[in-house]
Ligand binder design. Structure first.
Ligand code: 5AD
Ligand code: SF4
Length: 406
């Protein structure tokens, strides 16, 4: 270890796309001869990579940022903030006004500019704010400092064109833009050469890969090419939007040797009326039909989902449809959220009209049902020997290893 090197720390909020962006920032810092530290107080530079999908993510960030002021007083460090929150003008204004000790602000579209922005800050010692409106920049190299030597994130596209009415992502990540298939395959080939066994393909909606850019490769075809790469052992991807989940994709999954038997298929709500208000482009019966087609073609499939409780105007009857879908599909795991109004989205303008106690009750009811399903799903494995890719010591019990099946 070189004790002369300056140190950095990165706090990442939110989804895998943010984690992947943080890995790229870490790589840039490594290249600039900075060294990673676990301890914020030892850092010469701290990056906070933010998420704005729900209000509590915003609140957590601002709470933590407030605390950084004191740490910065004690040992001078550069504080940089980036990520989805910075793509919103009212947030950047709040930072300028209330948190003047922030030195560098950039967005989701100019991550590759970070070294230049840092230099600009060091030369002027004045706060640098640079947020771009759209993703015109692209970085085919996409080098990352990976958390694990044996698995890697591979973003295949950025942005989202769906405009689900509750969601801020289309505003913070811009329009859909796909990376070229050859570039993705080449990147995975070199990762595999480097010892990577598992890749996680990332996109807000991987099923629409290539469509907005009029590419002649579909997501299913891209998967087929990746499946053929010599030495790849596991392929995962997320997130799939149910509205454009093709039969071709189901077929590729059922015939592939390396695609993991797991699908994350956000339901959001089981009520067709609410789904319409959410602008999801499917209804309860088409969603159920899709999960049946998938289960028929890939019987061992493990399904996970995202569900929002308390979307504006949701009634008990609407909620019962959600419970009904959860009962029928029997997800192996589910991420459940209480609806959080996000400025700038269509749903923000809709009156919520539901008592908070009712939302909490629904949320707990859903959680209870899902926990039963989850326990049953795990019970299938009792007494079975399965192959797992180990990831290190278990957080709960260091005498055990933790890992994942396919
Ligand atoms: N409120 C609550 N949950 C939300 N999600 C997205 N936007 C909101 C919101 N405004 C959830 C969706 C999505 C997941 C990543 O976050 O379920 O699939
Ligand atoms: Fe948000 Fe919908 Fe796009 Fe997912 S598909 S990022 S929920 S707008």
């Amino acid at each position: 270890m070189n004790f002369m090197n300056k140190k950095y720390h990165i706090i990442t909020y939110g989804c895998q796309m943010n984690e992947s962006d943080s890995e790229r920032l870490a790589y840039m810092l490594d290249k600039m001869d900075y060294e990673y530290t676990d301890e914020i107080k030892n850092a010469d530079i701290l990056i906070m990579n933010t998420c704005s999908v729900r209000e509590n993510a915003d609140d957590r960030f601002f709470g933590n940022l407030g605390r950084m002021k004191n740490i910065k007083k004690e040992n001078d460090m550069i504080i940089a903030v980036c990520g989805c929150m910075m793509q919103q003008e009212h947030i950047v204004q709040a930072i300028k006004k209330t948190y003047p000790f922030v030195d560098l602000v950039f967005g989701t579209h100019n991550i590759e500019q970070f070294p230049a922005l840092l230099k600009r800050y060091k030369n002027s010692l004045k706060t640098v704010v640079e947020v771009l409106d759209d993703n015109t920049l692209s970085d085919p190299a996409r080098q990352a400092r990976r958390k694990y030597p044996f698995k890697a994130f591979v973003p295949i596209m950025s942005g989202c064109n769906n405009f689900c009415t509750y969601c801020v992502v289309p505003y913070t990540r811009g329009r859909e833009k796909s990376r070229r298939a050859e570039e993705i395959v080449r990147e995975i080939e070199s990762l595999v050469e480097d010892g990577v066994k598992e890749v996680m393909l990332l996109g807000q909606n991987v099923n629409s890969y290539g469509i907005a850019d009029k590419m002649d490769v579909s997501f299913a075809q891209l998967l087929r090419s990746i499946d053929r790469i010599d030495g790849i052992e596991r392929i995962r991807f997320m997130t799939s939007h149910p509205k454009d989940f093709s039969d071709e994709l189901i077929e590729v999954m059922s015939n592939s040797r390396h695609i993991c038997k797991h699908l994350h298929l956000p339901l959001q709500s089981g009520s067709s009326r609410i789904l319409k208000l959410m602008n999801r482009h499917y209804d309860k019966s088409s969603y159920l039909a899709l999960t049946e087609r998938i289960k028929a073609a890939v019987p061992e499939i493990n399904l996970s989902t995202d569900i929002i409780v308390g979307f504006p105007s949701e009634t008990e009857e609407d909620f019962n449809h959600t419970l009904d879908v959860v009962e029928r599909v029997r997800y192996d795991s589910a991420f459940t959220f209480m609806y959080s109004p996000r400025k700038g989205t269509k749903a923000y303008e809709m009156p919520i009209d539901i008592e908070e106690a009712a939302i909490k009750r629904r949320f707990n009811r859903l959680l209870e049902l899902q926990q039963e399903n989850c326990a049953q799903s795990n019970a299938r494995f009792i007494g079975k020997t399965v192959s797992v890719l180990t990831e290190g010591k278990s957080k709960n019990n260091p005498s055990l290893l933790t890992g994942r099946t396919d």
